[in-house]
Design a protein around this ligand. Sequence first.
Ligand code: ADP
Ligand code: GN1
Ligand code: MG
Length: 345
Amino acid sequence: MSNRVYSKEELDAALASMGITDQTDVSRYGSGHINDTFKVETKRGVRYILQRVNTDIFDPVLLKNNIMRVTTFLKEKGIKSLEVVGYENPWRLYAFLEGYTSVDLVTNPREAELVAGAFAKFQNDLADIPPPRLDDIIAKFHNTVYRIRLLDEAAAADVKGRKANVAKELAFVDARREEAAKIVTMMEKGEIPERITHNDTKINNVMLAPDGSNVVIDLDTTMPGSALYDFGDMVRTSTAAAAEDEKDLSKVYSKKEYFEALVKGYLAQAKFLTETEKSLLAFSGRLITLTIGIRFLTDYLAGDTYFRTAYEDHNLVRCHTQFKMVESMEEQAAEYEEIVRKYSK
Ligand code: ADP
Ligand code: GN1
Ligand code: MG
């Protein structure tokens, strides 16, 4: 996906369909990889977030239903969440979260602890959402075995002739095929419980205020899943010493002090975890980071159709940072396991 350009007429029509006609500025916003996001300024001084849902990825009707259920439920409970001002598929309008900011990189341990607490609380808040079961918005989203199959298919098809560039990366995945099945298999056997989870717990999907309060955003993939995937994705982004697309790999590694802060913040709130889940927290970081790296590599081979990219090899650069993060977590595995044990007592 590249940055699609929208005409003023198209944006004005979308806003008008949701009752907004006094906009003074509509401009691209944020660094999400999936939806098209805009900040809207109005004559009233009220600001909004306008989004066009990526309909290549999401079934917009299912998605709207899911978003409305989740946000209405949280609102009724008095929990601050995304406030839907309008929703006319594929467009939607959220109240702008004034006073909150999102960052792409954690800069101190306290931030990591806050983020972990925020996502743990989010899981807890949604645990009693009434039936029916939330839809599987994207099937097999974090299923690493399935993601490897898609990589194999993309490599076999090699539509852009890029396979020759990625022999090392494919070998990296090959060496880890066996461990990739671990969580999927345990879930199938019922050894790890299904929970309502966020499924995209990267650091810029939580908005933080200076007083430590926060709001979990990007609720598109909130669906049945495993708490381990949510924790794992926090490890991927919130312990990273450098950006997801840093080209200088010597700057890319997983920071132990941030990992410790994450574990502390998560376990303080996630009282619902079973002993089995706790025992897999450190592993889940490596697994999800491998999985997201595989997804970037797959998209590179498939011709950059899924994640928004800014330049030719962007997805390959992202794959490299993810695999470097996996190596860093593998090197520190014993220490990370010890940290989890310390806070599990
Ligand atoms: P994507 O699915 O593409 O990642 P997000 O929903 O995460 O889209 O939005 C992209 C970015 O826009 C977020 O990381 C955040 O910085 C900003 N953003 C989203 N919703 C709001 C909001 N309600 N108020 C302020 N900023 C927001
Ligand atoms: C996407 O939407 P965004 O940018 O927060 C992706 C996640 C990946 C992430 C990698 C729906 O998240 O699964 O982990 O990019 N979201 C979807 O940065 O695929
Ligand atoms: Mg996002």
